[in-house]
Design a protein around this ligand. Structure first.
Ligand code: GAR
Length: 205
């Protein structure tokens, strides 16, 4: 049997989606993948602590500290190569990756976005801003999407989506939490397993 798909999770903040992936792995729900690396774009990300607690190596690649997009992406690529990564999962990763980077990983980068794409997505829509925009518009249903990453922000092929109700009195924070609990933390491990299995099967051929 060929080895499990080697996964890197890229993070910037609290890392609750990283935690969902680590918990899925621990609970046997990621049988075809192994999280071998966490890359944080922000040295203060709590996600780094989560990685350490799970015994997963974490490296910091800060766009600001590295000075240019090219140096930033070179540092990430080096870390991925050092750990033999085969699948990249963006879990609350707030830095943009250029086409030079994404084109080297076709159908091998996943992202979770906290809305039902094509609503409330693209440049400028990240984190709480997405939920603020949904509340401002007045939609009654929102949700989360897991999609492949290409050169268009939030524009790659959709893998999974799940709808979540917007309720009277919701604040961006309350809505974010509901979307995470009811959609993101379920969909991201599912999609990661789906693609890990696909990659493992390809290696077996
Ligand atoms: C999540 O809601 C994720 O979907 C979103 O940021 C949050 C990160 O939380 N990502 C984006 O908005 C990307 N465009 P986490 O660090 O606790 O996983």
């Amino acid at each position: 049997m060929v080895s499990k798909t080697r996964i890197a999770v890229l993070v910037s903040g609290g890392g609750t989606n990283l935690q969902a992936l680590l918990d899925a792995q621990k609970g046997g729900k990621l049988p075809d993948g192994e999280i071998v690396l966490v890359v944080a774009s922000n040295p203060k990300a709590y996600a780094i602590t989560r990685a350490q607690q799970a015994g997963v190596p974490a490296v910091v690649c800060s766009r600001k500290a590295l000075g240019s997009q090219g140096a930033f992406e070179t540092a990430i690529s080096q870390a991925l190569a050092d750990h033999g990564v085969e699948l990249i999962v963006l879990a609350g990763f707030m830095s943009i990756l250029s086409e030079a980077f994404t084109s080297r990983w076709p159908r091998r980068i996943l992202n979770v976005h906290p809305s039902l794409i094509p609503a409330f997505c693209g440049k400028g829509y990240y984190g709480l801003k997405v939920h603020q925009a949904a509340l401002d518009y007045g939609v009654k249903v929102t949700g989360a999407t897991v999609h492949f990453v290409n050169e268009v922000p939030d524009g790659g092929e959709i893998l999974l989506q799940k709808a979540v109700d917007v309720l009277p009195g919701d604040t961006p924070e309350v809505l974010q939490r509901r979307v995470m609990e009811q959609a993101e933390w379920i969909l991201l491990p599912q999609a990661t397993q789906m693609i890990s299995e696909e990659i493992r099967r390809e290696k077996d051929q």
